[in-house]
Design a protein around this ligand. Structure first.
Ligand SMILES: NC(=O)c1ccc[n+]([C@@H]2O[C@H](COP(=O)([O-])OP(=O)(O)OC[C@H]3O[C@@H](n4cnc5c(N)ncnc54)[C@H](O)[C@@H]3O)[C@@H](O)[C@H]2O)c1
Length: 277
């Protein structure tokens, strides 16, 4: 999607962190932006910040875990800007813990929001995207956890591997419609990911357990081994606009885990070679 100016972007989870940084980056390219988040005040704040520097943005509430709310988001985009050319399905929630500590509700919630939320965001906006002539693009936020397993992250890792597989299929199937797809794989970022997950967790599941320091240390040892491996979201998306313009299939934000990911690919290659034995 070469031309972004005056086109319309719809971004979920845009009230904070990575989604807010994406909203600001595509606004700087001249896009009109729907800033959607479960936290209405946060979405309003980001939209106002964009307008304050001369951009065009409107905020709306969405809960990506609730399909009717996503239908409302599509209506909002159509009524506000009449289009959606760029869709960033960016919401992902977290519930970390050993597999023994994750109960059925934890699994259901992460799959509902991270997997079905991503799928249903695309399902809801795709009809509006298809109405626009010209190139369009979808960005799905997976994670380094969509490429590499780490302990105490079973539900999150399973959900992000699912986003990876879904995005790869979507890219194959939408190519003929002129809709590109980029999978975004962020590494560790300094965001409100854990806190926003705790507040977005439905009341019927009870409060998120306090952060267990053993869990945090086990995850960090694999995914964020040094202080430098945790970056600001604005840095993480520094190549996103180029990736959209070039329809790159994958964008890895930074790669403190490159060795481990390559080791995994190496193990898969070895298994493929042995399949010929
Ligand atoms: N922070 C990291 O280290 C990291 C690493 C890899 C991937 N990611 C992924 O990046 C994406 C953005 O996370 P972030 O780190 O910017 O976190 P963040 O907390 O800064 O932003 C997430 C936003 O999503 C919103 N949200 C939560 N549940 C929602 C729902 N059901 N419907 C709509 N909005 C909802 C929150 O209110 C929040 O504004 C997520 O998919 C996350 O899994 C984050």
């Amino acid at each position: 999607m070469q031309e972004l100016r005056d086109k319309v972007a719809v971004i979920t989870g845009a009230g904070a962190g990575l989604g807010a940084a994406i909203a600001q980056a595509v606004s700087a390219e001249g896009m009109r932006v729907v800033v959607a988040d479960i936290e209405t005040d946060h979405a309003e704040h980001v939209a106002q910040e964009i307008r304050d520097v001369g951009g065009d943005a409107q905020a709306t509430r969405v809960d990506v875990g609730a399909p009717p709310s996503l239908s409302q988001l599509a209506k909002f985009a159509e009524q506000t800007y009449g289009a959606c050319h760029l869709l960033c399905a960016n919401v992902g929630v977290q519930r970390l813990g050993h597999v023994d500590a994750l109960d059925a509700d934890d699994w259901e919630w992460l799959i509902r929001v991270n997997v079905l939320g991503t799928v249903n965001t695309v399902r809801s906006l795709l009809p509006l995207m298809r109405k626009q002539p010209g190139e369009k693009h979808i960005v799905l936020t997976s994670s380094i956890s969509g490429l590499l397993a780490a302990p105490r992250l079973a539900a999150y890792t399973a959900s992000k591997y699912a986003v990876t597989g879904y995005g790869e299929t979507l890219r194959l199937e939408l190519a003929d419609d002129g809709i590109g797809v980029t999978l975004l794989f962020p590494g560790g970022m300094a965001t409100t990911h854990l806190a926003s997950s705790a507040s977005a967790r439905p009341a019927e599941l009870g409060r998120s357990p306090e952060l267990d320091l053993d869990d945090a240390a086990a995850i960090a040892a694999v995914l964020s081994p040094t202080a430098e491996s945790v970056v600001e979201p604005s840095y993480a998306i520094r190549h996103l606009v180029a990736a959209i313009r070039e329809n790159r299939p994958y964008l890895v934000t930074h790669a403190p885990n490159a060795t481990e990911v390559k080791e995994r690919f190496g193990q898969l290659e070895a298994a493929l070679s042995r399949a010929d034995d």
